[in-house]
Ligand binder design. Structure first.
Ligand code: F6R
Length: 606
């Protein structure tokens, strides 16, 4: 949510900032803006809407001319998307960009108004800018420490002080911010893709560390103004990972990357045919000792947790409670020090998920994070971290991250089941071998593109539809439904197939298509009965089922047959046509697939 960048070097700053912001637009696209030192003064250019609007505006106004500045792409929280509410905020003395939410901004604003300050925007950010101005005499570090002692909430701030025309200042808490280390140039950014064109090297800022960034020097201070030695991090992927690489959209590229992402995630965790998480520092002797496992996450990551529940309970026979992070954290959950909390997060920055890790640690529960972004807040705070290796996921709608999250949960389930003694070593090896074959199954599922395009053409004009399934297929149908609605704006709901006739079937007419998923042999007959019930009420039915399942051609209007894999692993295969159906439906409707309205990736506010 919101992207922050900064640049100091020899290049044209505005050009670098715009380029960097273009890689962070997935974090918000309600407005964009930059501030650059031009002839010793701060010049701001900003505009409501996409970055393209700012670029157009600067064609008329002219680009700020300078070598040091900050930039921002916004996902609106306080105040509607407008030119006035766009970042940067501040005045000619202090100008800032901000990602996060200042919870006590109202009190600060009232205080500053009493001191004679005037405000033009409705944002919480402007209060931070003016508070910095209020304290600023001539020492930026002193000023920043005073301000962060007063503000409450989350922040990643890029700051310019008028008397320091070759320096940007940065500080963060509960919102991500890295300091990119280049040659004769340095950067700040919310995320690595923004700087990868220029450098792979960066520092991670700990909460309330203050970075002073110049062209050829970076100094990081703690809150007591002590200089801190930082460990240099290096991104393991290259610039191609953050480019579309010939695909029309990042989402399509990321769907195609799934086989590789799964392989890269699993391979280092399998040795001698058995799951092996020792390099992740996970103590698996302890795994068998937990009373319950809680899996908590948001959105698609939570759906990955639902698949995990079915698998872990089925083969390891341990109770698994899956919950939405924003619900779990506020319902006084019955988690104790006997339990294991597993959180799942692509970004590692989701505010509610992070809060759940903190809550579980407070009660003494063991915490494990399945995270894609290295060094992210959740990864740093959890006791154990298993990194997924999907590479950067740029499309707002998650695809490859979901796939790798599930793949890790499978391997974990096998490990837990083996530790618990509910499966033998031989069975564990067999499951693991089957999992290793899944990438080729995913490849084959991607080949179902034509069928998915056809289905999309049948769905594009519909207003509302249902996804149904049983067991693992129900968990999967939730993800299929979310994917479709978030990018095509077609209303859809997912239902446990057997639950339909307890109310929802009254919605079914010839105007309500139904997508049924039936990959679990033991449940197929039951799901087919439910399909017949909706067909009898006029619904057009699209059935996604396993190749080996003999359903008869007339059971549904369109049938997509999936490549053959073990029933247990079917979610990883069946997810692909659901992603493709959502993708092609959104494309046919002319939607902005990678940047659906109102959404942003990395939800750092609750
Ligand atoms: C949907 C989607 C979201 C995220 C959710 C959690 O396609 O991407 O539902 O899964 O916002 O985000 P992370 O995984 O970053 O915690």
């Amino acid at each position: 949510m919101c992207g922050v960048v900064g640049y100091v070097g020899k290049k044209d700053c505005a050009t670098v900032l715009i380029e960097a912001l273009s890689k962070l637009e997935y974090r918000g696209y309600d407005s964009a803006g930059i501030a650059v030192f031009e002839n010793g003064t701060i010049r701001v250019e900003k505009s409501k809407g996409r970055l393209a609007n700012l670029i157009e505006k600067m064609k008329i106004d002219g680009k700020p001319d300078g070598h040091c500045g900050i930039g921002h792409t916004r996902w609106a929280t306080h105040g509607e998307p407008s030119d006035i509410n766009s970042h940067p905020h501040g005045n000619k003395r202090v100008t800032i960009v901000h990602n996060g939410i200042i919870e006590n901004y109202k009190q600060i604003k009232d205080f500053l108004i009493s001191k004679g300050y005037e405000f033009e925007s409705e944002t919480d950010t402007e209060t931070v800018a003016k508070l910095l101005d209020y304290y600023y005499v001539d020492d930026p570090i002193e000023t920043i420490t005073k301000v962060i002692a007063e503000i409450q909430g989350s922040y990643a701030l890029g700051i310019m002080f008028k008397d320091f025309t070759d320096t940007i200042f940065a500080v963060r808490k509960d919102s991500p911010l890295i300091v990119g280390v280049g040659k004769n140039e340095n950067f700040i950014a919310s995320d690595v893709p923004a700087i990868i064109k220029y450098t792979r090297d960066y520092y991670l800022l700990e909460p309330d560390e203050i970075a002073v960034v110049k062209k050829d020097e970076i100094i990081v201070y703690d809150i007591h103004k002590n200089v801190i030695e930082k460990e240099l991090q290096t991104a393991t992927w290259d610039i191609d990972a953050a480019e579309k690489g010939g695909y029309e959209h990042f989402m399509l590229k990321e769907i195609h990357e799934q086989p590789t992402s799964v392989k890269t995630t699993l391979t280092p965790r399998i040795s001698n045919g058995m799951p092996d998480f020792s390099a992740d520092g996970v103590d698996f002797d302890k795994l068998a000792t937990y009373r319950k496992i809680f899996v908590v996450a948001c959105g698609t990551a939570m759906h990955a947790g639902l698949v995990a529940k079915y698998i872990i309970e089925k083969i390891a026979r341990v109770p698994v409670i899956v919950d939405i992070a924003s619900e779990f954290r506020y319902r006084d959950p019955l988690i104790t020090k006997e339990d294991l909390l597993i959180v799942i997060s692509q970004s590692g920055e989701t505010a509610d998920t992070l809060a759940v890790v903190r809550l579980a640690k407070q009660v003494g529960a063991a915490t494990m994070a399945i995270v894609n972004v290295k060094g992210s807040s959740i990864a740093r705070e959890a006791d154990m971290v298993i990194y997924t290796h999907a590479g950067p996921e740029i499309s707002v709608a998650s695809t490859k991250a979901y796939m790798v999250q599930i793949s890790v949960m499978y391997l974990l389930a096998f490990e837990i089941a083996y530790s618990n003694g509910t499966i033998t070593k031989e069975q564990c090896k067999q499951y693991t071998a089957e999992l290793q074959n899944i990438p080729s199954g995913i490849e084959a599922a991607i080949e179902l593109k034509k069928e998915c395009q056809f289905v999309a053409s049948k769905l594009m004009n519909t207003e509302s539809l249902l996804y149904i399934g049983r067991g693992l297929d129900y968990a999967l149908s939730m993800e299929g439904s979310l994917k479709l609605k978030e990018i095509s704006y077609i209303h859809s709901e997912s239902y446990a197939a057997g639950e339909l006739k307890h109310g929802t079937i009254s919605l079914v007419t010839d105007q309500m298509p139904v997508i049924a998923i039936a990959t679990q042999t033991a449940l197929v007959e039951k799901t087919i009965s439910n399909i017949k019930e909706v067909k009898a009420r006029g619904a057009m039915v699209i059935l996604i089922c396993g190749q080996s399942i003999d359903v008869g051609d007339d059971v549904a209007d369109y049938i997509i047959k999936l490549p053959l894999v073990d029933d247990l692993m079917m979610p990883m295969i069946a997810a692909v046509p659901m992603q493709l159906i959502a993708y092609y439906t959104a494309v046919l409707k002319g939607c902005d697939v990678d940047k659906p309205r109102n959404l942003a990736k990395s939800v750092t506010v609750e």
